[in-house]
Design a protein around this ligand. Structure first.
Ligand SMILES: Cc1ncc(COP(=O)(O)O)c(C=O)c1O
Length: 369
């Protein structure tokens, strides 16, 4: 089996009869055609996690989670999600033929909700869940109690809650290590609760344990200003991440006001010369558009956060321009149609009454370059 299961030796032990796969992992690392040269970077790469089966890197998590649920004979999947985890768990629950119950962050985007429904999951949007700290804690406590009564756990894509399934996400680092070989590198990662960043840090550590001559990349953790729980704490060399009362970023997936894996991310970055960067939402939307227009990469806003962070790092001279730079493009553009409406406006749909109108239009527009 390919994809994440290629690294079976580095994943939790799961009997081969229970290993689920619908094509997750093995995503391309593509060299930038236009943005890199425009920024003066010869070796800018995009790791296309939007190309996973449900459109985000969370499939690496869900593949392990549902394989374990199958092996342990738990008859259901119970999870919380801001959208992508839910879509991924719903897809893998469908293939495992297991009912999936998802407590969803209030305001999760349409594309992600549609997906969960299409895969047959029960989507339960709890008012103020993910926004209000009290509601969020109460909901989590309730779900944990229910899961525990069935000797199971709530699936949350963070090491704090689901350390075993998060090992699936570490495969992103194994793939980058193989794709780049010994090329010196710096990896830019978007962060909400920090689970993804921590998985990538742990993944490179594990790779270096197995291959003793491997030189680990430095990790740059990027957050929107409206959810700056980890990035500035790294810059200020703090020991602990900073919980905030309310997340104000519009970037779906990165609205995580509590500290989930933040403290652990700080430790790793401190020990590995890592750095934190913050970005404004407007910068994220602008880079999201440039990725589509200049690279043909259609991602959701969270998928452009790493590149926005890299651009700021470049301005602040906090990047080694001779080394490779990798941006993790975490989720697909179809996930959040509202966020791409402003981009789509650049090429509005023209409705033609008939082929005569179409012919007239094309004759004025189409020219040899
Ligand atoms: C598209 C996308 N990118 C990045 C992240 C950030 O992950 P984390 O909360 O683990 O930092 C998420 C989390 O939901 C996401 O959906």
């Amino acid at each position: 089996m390919k994809g994440i299961w290629k690294y079976e030796q580095l994943l939790p032990r799961i009997g081969s009869a229970y290993q689920l796969s619908i094509g997750e992992g093995g995503t391309p690392l593509v060299r930038s055609k236009h943005i890199g040269p425009a920024l003066g970077l010869k070796n800018l790469y995009f790791k296309l996690e939007n190309l996973n089966p449900s459109g985000s890197y969370k499939d690496r998590f869900a593949a392990i989670a549902l394989s374990q649920i199958q092996e342990q004979g738990v008859g259901f999947c119970l999870a919380t999600s801001s959208g992508n985890t839910g879509a991924a768990l719903a897809a893998y629950s469908a293939v495992a033929r297991i009912p999936c119950f998802l407590a969803i962050v209030d305001g999760a985007p349409e594309g992600k909700l549609t997906q969960m429904g299409a895969y047959g999951a029960e989507t339960l949007m709890v008012k103020d869940f993910g926004k209000d700290v009290g509601v969020t804690q109460d909901t989590m406590a309730l779900l944990e109690q229910i899961a525990l009564s069935y000797d199971s756990v709530v699936q949350v894509s963070a090491f704090r809650y689901s350390p075993s399934a998060m090992q699936g996400v570490q495969t992103i680092a194994y793939e980058i290590a193989e794709q780049l070989g010994q090329e010196k590198a710096q990896v830019f990662v978007p962060a909400g609760g920090g689970g993804l960043t921590l998985a990538i840090c742990k993944g490179f550590d594990r790779w270096a344990e197995v291959f003793s001559d491997y030189v680990k990349p430095t990790i740059h953790c990027v957050q929107p200003e409206g959810n700056d729980t980890i990035a500035t704490a790294i810059r200020n060399q703090l020991q602990q991440a900073t919980a905030i009362a309310m997340s104000t970023t519009a970037v779906s997936g990165l609205q995580v006001p509590g500290v989930l894996d933040g403290d652990e991310v700080l430790k790793y970055c401190m020990n590995n010369a890592g750095m934190g960067h913050t970005v404004q939402d407007e910068e994220v939307f602008a880079w999201q558009q440039r990725l589509a227009l200049e690279e043909g990469i259609f991602c959701e806003p969270a998928g452009a956060v790493a590149l926005a962070g890299l651009a700021n790092a470049l301005k602040n001279k906090e990047i080694d321009t001779a080394a490779a730079a990798v941006c993790i493009v975490t989720g697909h553009g179809f996930k959040d149609p509202v966020s791409v409406q402003c981009m789509a406006a650049a090429s509005d749909l023209l409705y033609m009454e008939n082929t005569t109108v179409l012919e007239k239009y094309l004759k004025t527009r189409v020219k040899r370059k």
